[in-house]
Design a protein around this ligand. Sequence first.
Ligand SMILES: NC(=O)c1ccc[n+]([C@@H]2O[C@H](COP(=O)([O-])OP(=O)(O)OC[C@H]3O[C@@H](n4cnc5c(N)ncnc54)[C@H](OP(=O)(O)O)[C@@H]3O)[C@@H](O)[C@H]2O)c1
Length: 237
Amino acid sequence: MTFSNKAVLVAGASSGIGRETALIFAAAGAEVTAVARSADKLSALKAEAGDNLRIISGDLTDPAFTDRLIAEAGDVDILVNLAGRTAHAPFLESDPDMWRAAWELNVHAMLVLSQGIARGMAKRESGHIINVSSILARQVYPLTMFYAATKHATAAITRGMRIELAEYGIRVTEIAPGLVDTELMDQPDHPAVVAAYAKRQNARLPAAEVARAIIYAAGTEAGTAPELIALNPHDQI
Ligand SMILES: NC(=O)c1ccc[n+]([C@@H]2O[C@H](COP(=O)([O-])OP(=O)(O)OC[C@H]3O[C@@H](n4cnc5c(N)ncnc54)[C@H](OP(=O)(O)O)[C@@H]3O)[C@@H](O)[C@H]2O)c1
């Protein structure tokens, strides 16, 4: 699959699924803009990917950064929204600031970036937005209520974008993975969540496998637009 002359913006590219996605797109000839907060991790990614990849570091929940990013990104053909965080904790013990932080990044920041990029796509009547949700976009597991709420919102927003943006020639796809082996799995620190994770012996998807699903969606013919790709470890039911 080749993505020569395609401009791809990967939001959340410094680790995990986003890093793998950026590397595969760059290897396939795309001009990749890799975005995340960690400048050092992005520099390491740039060193591995080479000339096809540029990095822009900043916080996607900062409106000033997002404005600058949208301006500097130029004409984007494919936007992949991956920047995300967890918010797992028992309801009665959880901190409302954590709910707000998860909502701001997983939902609000994704909306703001997508709107800015989609306005350019609409003018050119072409583009593809790929949003990474989760298996928790359609389920709620114990202790995952807040994160699951942000991912249910991601699914609704993705569906809504698909409906509204089709007339502008913009394709929209949701990728919904189950457990993936990334740094995200190390974030929860509440003892109840750590204990629940320790009990779950499910296999975890390699991040590169989810990246390949993203690349598949992006590489489909212009008249095609996969709506939802859900992929799980074989034993996650
Ligand atoms: N791992 C799983 O089991 C799993 C399952 C289903 C869905 N997902 C979803 O997949 C997506 C990617 O997650 P991952 O598993 O690959 O985790 P990850 O390795 O932790 O990647 C998250 C990415 O988001 C970036 N990010 C976080 N906060 C940011 C901010 N404020 N501004 C800009 N970038 C920010 C991180 O970079 P910096 O920290 O450098 O900013 C990193 O590049 C997320 O939306 C996640 O919810 C993950």
